[in-house]
Design a protein around this ligand. Structure first.
Ligand SMILES: CC(C)(COP(=O)(O)OP(=O)(O)OC[C@H]1O[C@@H](n2cnc3c(N)ncnc32)[C@H](O)[C@@H]1OP(=O)(O)O)[C@@H](O)C(=O)NCCC(=O)NCCS
Length: 172
């Protein structure tokens, strides 16, 4: 287990597009966060070849402490994943990352955002509810590793946050 970091100053958090130079650290967080992690090749394809995909990393002092991604298709954004390094959880970083994803989705023309989350993943559900996502349905056995059901959540009106409306739809 790595040493617990000092409580970081989130003013130092930088949220930038994911590049191949981040993938070693992304893969470490991915393995620590998910029972069936995505492969490095999957991330490479997403960031290099998929024109609908937008991925960001959160950097603290140059270290990747979290990341998230989505596909933006017309006016809908679909979150593919979000994770924070276990040593940096419950400090507000996941919320910052998701707010930035929403900002970028809106800037790219999306008005609504959706995601799936394991029914057992109450921590992530709390984060999504905090940022305005609401339960809209269940996909039975969605997760092929454990056959667990997925909750489908949606957030409408991405531009309704005051700060987003002020920033407008300049290029993301
Ligand atoms: C879900 C995850 C990204 C949250 O990141 P985080 O940086 O720890 O979250 P934050 O500190 O920004 O917390 C934001 C909100 O999430 C919820 N939350 C975070 N940690 C929680 C915990 N331990 N218990 C309950 N709710 C929690 C709370 O609503 C919190 O708001 P609050 O602090 O005002 O109560 C992180 O736990 C993670 O990486 N989990 C593993 C990967 C994963 O499950 N991803 C989601 C897949 S759908």
């Amino acid at each position: 287990m790595s040493a617990q970091p000092e409580k970081p100053n989130l003013e130092d958090l930088a949220l930038v597009p994911m590049g191949t130079e981040h993938l070693d650290e992304v893969m470490e967080i991915e393995r620590l966060s998910f029972p069936t992690p995505w492969s490095r090749g999957a991330y490479q394809r997403e960031i290099l070849d998929n024109s609908y995909a937008r991925y960001i990393v959160a950097l603290l002092g140059g270290r990747v402490v979290g990341y998230a991604g989505m596909w933006v298709l017309m006016d809908e954004a679909h979150v593919t994943n979000i994770a924070v390094h276990p040593d940096y959880r419950h400090l507000g970083i996941g919320e910052r990352i998701l707010r930035e994803l929403i900002r970028r989705a809106y800037a790219a023309g999306a008005d609504k955002m959706t995601l799936e989350v394991r029914v057992s993943n109450v921590v992530a559900q709390n984060l999504y509810k905090k940022l305005g996502f609401a339960f809209r349905g269940i996909r039975r056995g969605y997760y092929t590793d454990t056959h667990e059901d997925a909750m489908i959540m949606w957030r409408n009106g991405l531009g309704e946050d005051k700060n987003l409306a002020q920033e407008g739809r300049a290029e993301s």
